[in-house]
Design a protein around this ligand. Structure first.
Ligand code: AMP
Ligand code: ZN
Length: 110
C-alpha cells in the first residue's frame, strides 16, 4: 500500500521515534507546527477518525492512554491533540494520526 505512515511503521521510511509498541508508534512530525509536535498512530492502517469502528477502536483507547502517560512522564501538562479528517479539514495523510502539539503559544497550530 502506498501509505507514508505504513512505510514508517514497516521501517521503510525513517522517523524520529518517541515511543513504539506492538500496536502504535509516536514519532516527530517532519514539519513541526509547534515547538513540540509528535504524531501518534496505530500500526494498522485506519484511514482516519472516519475509519474507526467497533472492530478497531480498542487501539484508540490504547493510543490515548499512552498520550496521557508519555506527556505526563515528560512534565508536559498543556498540549493539544488534533486529528484532521478529510482534505478540507487539512488531512494530507490518509492514515489515522493524532497530532500532539505543545510549547510556548505562537505556532500555527498551538
Ligand atoms: P495532516 O495534514 O493532519 O494529515 O497531518 C499529516 C502530518 O504528517 C503533517 O503534519 C506532516 O508534516 C506529517 N508528515 C508527513 N510525512 C511525514 C514523515 N515522513 N515523517 C514525519 N511526519 C510526516
Ligand atoms: Zn497506512
Amino acid at each position: 500500500m502506498d501509505c507514508v505512515f505504513c512505510k514508517i511503521v514497516a521501517g521503510e521510511l525513517p522517523s524520529t521515534k518517541l515511543y513504539e509498541d506492538d500496536q502504535m508508534l509516536v514519532f516527530q512530525d517532519i514539519a513541526p507546527a509547534a515547538p513540540l509536535h509528535y504524531l501518534a498512530i496505530p500500526k494498522t492502517h485506519i484511514p482516519g477518525v472516519d475509519g474507526i469502528t467497533a472492530d478497531n477502536s480498542a487501539v484508540i483507547a490504547h493510543i490515548f492512554e499512552k498520550i496521557a502517560a508519555l506527556t505526563a512522564e515528560r512534565g508536559i501538562s498543556d498540549y493539544r491533540v488534533v486529528s484532521n479528517v478529510g482534505e478540507q479539514a487539512g488531512q494530507t495523510v490518509r492514515h489515522l494520526h493524532f497530532h500532539i502539539l505543545s510549547g510556548p503559544k505562537g505556532g500555527p497550530m498551538y
